[in-house]
Write a protein that binds this ligand. Structure first.
Ligand code: SF4
Ligand code: SF4
Length: 194
């Protein structure tokens, strides 16, 4: 059975309002997809996401786990002949998905990003020991992965067992500033749409 979609500019408008990037510049050359290290692990891939943004297909994006697999490596951004900052669009879509409570099942990376963020706010830096402990409490099955990964990360200096606090006040100020910018943008968007 053929599927149809009703194109809408609303998603692209929201993305542009949030991060100043224009998905309509994409002409589907797929250079982004061919360089993306996680494109093969989800139903969607970067070029498909761009197309879905152009057409306003919220469900295609938010029901898939691709945006949560995106590591933010920026390979796509570097390769795009149109100069689109695709990685920033992925971040914007994550913000929108979280705000709308549309995080699909099977995306532990989404929970991990939230733990990361909370850790930065609480300690002024990411404290890996807390992060791993909370992850294991939330997802007991992850203990197996951490038992394998943890020692390797420790040996490579990727885990610092001691808590050396960063500048928590500066971090909190930064978060407050970011949140007030987001609120101002949302108010501006709501005003523009009414
Ligand atoms: S590289 Fe740029 S123009 Fe090409 S498909 Fe990706 S986003 Fe579109
Ligand atoms: S930033 Fe995300 S979408 Fe872009 S290449 Fe890296 S993992 Fe893929």
């Amino acid at each position: 059975m053929a599927t149809t979609c009703t194109p809408s500019a609303s998603l692209s408008r929201q993305v542009t309002a949030g991060c100043d990037e224009n998905a309509y510049k994409c002409y589907q050359c797929k250079k982004c997809t061919s360089g993306c290290p996680v494109a093969r692990y989800a139903d969607m891939h970067p070029a498909m996401i761009m197309r879905a943004v152009q057409l306003g297909q919220y469900d295609m994006i938010f029901d898939d786990r691709f945006i949560w697999l995106c590591t933010g490596c920026e390979t796509c951004t570097t390769r795009c002949p149109q100069g689109i900052d695709i990685a920033t669009i992925m971040d914007e879509l994550k913000i929108m998905a979280r705000a709308q409570g549309r995080i699909p099942a099977g995306t532990p990376s989404a929970a991990m990003l939230k733990l990361n963020y909370d850790s930065f706010v609480r300690w002024g830096r990411m404290w890996e020991v807390e992060l791993i402990t909370l992850d294991v409490l939330k997802r007991p099955t992850s203990v197996k992965n951490w038992l394998t990964l943890g020692p390797k990360m420790l040996l490579k200096g990727k885990i610092n067992p001691t808590l050396k606090r960063g500048d928590t006040l500066a971090m909190k100020r930064m978060v407050q500033t970011a949140e007030s910018i987001t609120k101002a943008r949302e108010a501006q968007n709501a005003g523009g749409q009414s």
